[in-house]
Design a binder for this molecule. Structure first.
Ligand SMILES: C[S@@+](CC[C@H](N)C(=O)[O-])C[C@H]1O[C@@H](n2cnc3c(N)ncnc32)[C@H](O)[C@@H]1O
Length: 230
């Protein structure tokens, strides 16, 4: 089913694209390796076939930052293909250096707004989407910049296979409530929690990300929300 004009977003990335100057090795990775690992512009109807090795399913992480969680998943499940989305070039460069050092190949990347890729992906093509510590935009007038919106949740639901999960973590209580309210209004996503520990404790295989470490240091308590695509 094609994405209707109503569910399309025009893309919107409000964070930083570039930080400090890249080191020579990182710059070479961005120039030479990144173009080969990008999800191609053309036909992506057979996602698994785009990976350079056989993969049993494909999952996505949106805004992987330093890549701690994504790298751990890639190492633990070499037969799963991952799509890592990160528009911040310094994060992407560091990640590319790391996967080259470790020889990890179960990866494709997208270095722009993840919503632009979600719009292009075939319906029910992913077996999981993780959105971990998205930029909080705590000020009221900036909240419309948050990644989670009804349109983006619809895009995520569209690309997930029924029975698979959209996982979300935040250390900002207001963002947890924001996401719960918007997923509750998305009929194809069901919050799976039954008891408080289900959102207070991280899921199996979780690794501490840099952003989460900062949240703990500053005394904030994260919420881990898991939604099933029904
Ligand atoms: C607060 S950081 C968290 C990074 C990482 N997930 C962690 O837990 O350490 C949010 C990340 O999302 C990325 N990001 C922001 N908007 C995005 C978008 N529209 N699509 C993909 N990534 C995005 C930012 O560049 C940033 O690296």
């Amino acid at each position: 089913m094609p994405v209707s004009a109503k569910t399309m977003t025009d893309g919107g990335f409000f964070g930083r694209r570039k930080g400090h100057r890249l080191r020579a090795g990182q710059e070479a990775m961005v120039e030479q390796t990144l173009p080969n690992l990008r999800v191609p512009d053309g036909d992506i109807s057979d996602l698994a076939a785009l990976f350079p090795l056989p993969v049993r399913e494909v999952r996505m992480e949106i805004g992987f930052g330093g890549g701690e969680h994504l790298l751990a998943r890639m190492r633990a499940e070499p037969d799963v293909g991952f799509i890592g989305c990160e528009p911040f070039v310094n994060g992407m460069a560091k990640f590319l250096v790391q996967i080259a050092q470790e020889g990890l190949r179960n990866i494709l990347v997208h270095d722009a707004d993840a919503a632009l890729l979600l719009q292009r992906l075939p319906e029910a093509s992913l077996s999981g989407v993780d959105l971990l510590y998205p930029d909080p935009w705590p000020k009221r007038r900036q909240r419309k910049r948050r990644f989670v919106s009804p349109e983006r949740l619809a895009l995520i639901a569209r690309v997930l296979k029924p029975g698979t999960m959209f996982r979300f973590a935040t250390d900002i209580d207001d963002y947890a409530a924001w996401t719960l309210a918007r997923t509750a209004a998305t009929p194809s996503l069901r919050w799976t929690a039954n008891r408080a520990d289900d959102w207070r404790k991280s899921w199996p295989g979780w690794v501490l990300t840099r952003y989460e470490a900062k949240a703990f240091r500053e005394g904030r308590r994260p919420s881990y929300l898991v939604f099933e695509r029904i």
